[in-house]
Design a binder for this molecule. Structure first.
Ligand code: PDD
Length: 285
């Protein structure tokens, strides 16, 4: 079954999807993106992702290339054309094509590209837990904008992969954990608090993070938004990461330290189940 991509108004075979060599996304990383989970014929957290997309665009002085209902229609069409039952939609908006010049060009038409792919949820739903490494956070100062400029994230994830780890946990110069290279990090602290870093310019305010906080509060759990150190994390009862692709994934080993008893914690398990069951979504059809 051939994959279909959406490129600037056209649905094309995935292998033929292409953009111009002077697209500013290609030359400068001048664009924003979203990754949205498709699960049980639902577009999970759809409104949250589209709200954040609009925010990222506004922060980058980029216009929305199509209306929001139109974007949703294209997303649904992509799910149907690619026969996605469990998977992701990747959507990217760049400033478009212009002669290379750092400052923003006038009157450039933004480019909208979308792909969709199946995900094997075996890993995401596993209770085995995965390992992570800690690495220095080398990124720019506006990590709250979901830009496609992800070099520091790629470098960190590559280091993790080279050490057989699932995720790289990024550490700020003050020793606090910011987030994962493509996820938000949570701990259940030694004294039982559910802790994640406060949303600020230092991290991407994850849409999954927000919904997990919601389901946790429905369980009468208090969420503490504060910085935590690598030592806090290594001594935690549970560590997990959240993202559209990892949902709630337990981290059971970090660098050389096994977290707690090395198994997925009961809270991580409950939050994962609640997220998949209760998170607001819209029909993918
Ligand atoms: N990344 N932090 C970073 C740096 C991320 O790249 C992501 C998601 C998250 C979690 O955000 P959300 O819950 O909205 O997915 C946090 C996606 C999955 C990616 O780049 O593939």
């Amino acid at each position: 079954m051939s994959r279909i991509a959406y490129v600037n108004g056209r649905y094309v075979p995935h292998r033929d999807g292409s953009v111009h060599i002077e697209d500013r996304g290609y030359q400068f990383g001048d664009g924003v993106y979203e990754v949205v989970l498709i699960h049980g014929a639902q577009i999970m957290d759809c409104d949250g992702h589209l709200d954040r997309l609009e925010r990222s665009l506004a922060e980058m002085d980029l216009p929305m290339p199509v209306s929001r209902p139109c974007l949703l229609m294209i997303m649904r069409r992509m799910v149907a054309l690619n026969h996605i039952k469990k998977g992701i939609i990747y959507l990217q908006i760049t400033r478009g094509v212009a002669q290379r010049d750092h400052k923003y060009p006038a009157n450039t038409v933004p480019a909208l590209v979308m792909t969709a792919k199946h995900l094997h949820f075996k890993d995401v739903m596993s209770e085995d837990g995965v390992s992570a490494i800690t690495v220095a956070d080398e990124r720019w100062a506006r990590r709250d904008i979901k830009t496609i400029q992800l070099l520091a994230n790629c470098r960190a994830k590559q280091k993790a992969a080279e050490q057989g780890a699932y995720e790289a946990i990024l550490v700020m110069p003050d020793g606090s954990v910011s987030e994962g290279s493509s996820s938000n990090v949570w701990i259940v602290s030694a004294d039982g608090e559910l802790v994640t870093r406060e949303a600020s310019h230092d991290i991407l305010n994850g849409i999954t993070r927000r919904s997990v906080a919601q389901v946790a509060s429905e369980r009468q759990m208090k969420i503490v938004n504060r910085n935590f150190t690598v030592a806090d994390m290594l001594n935690a009862k549970e560590v997990f990461v959240t993202s559209a692709t990892s949902v709630v994934t337990p981290i059971t080993k970090i660098d050389d330290t096994v977290i707690a008893n090395g198994k997925m914690g009961s809270l991580s398990k409950a939050l994962r189940a609640d997220y998949l069951e209760k998170t607001p979504s819209v029909s993918a059809r």
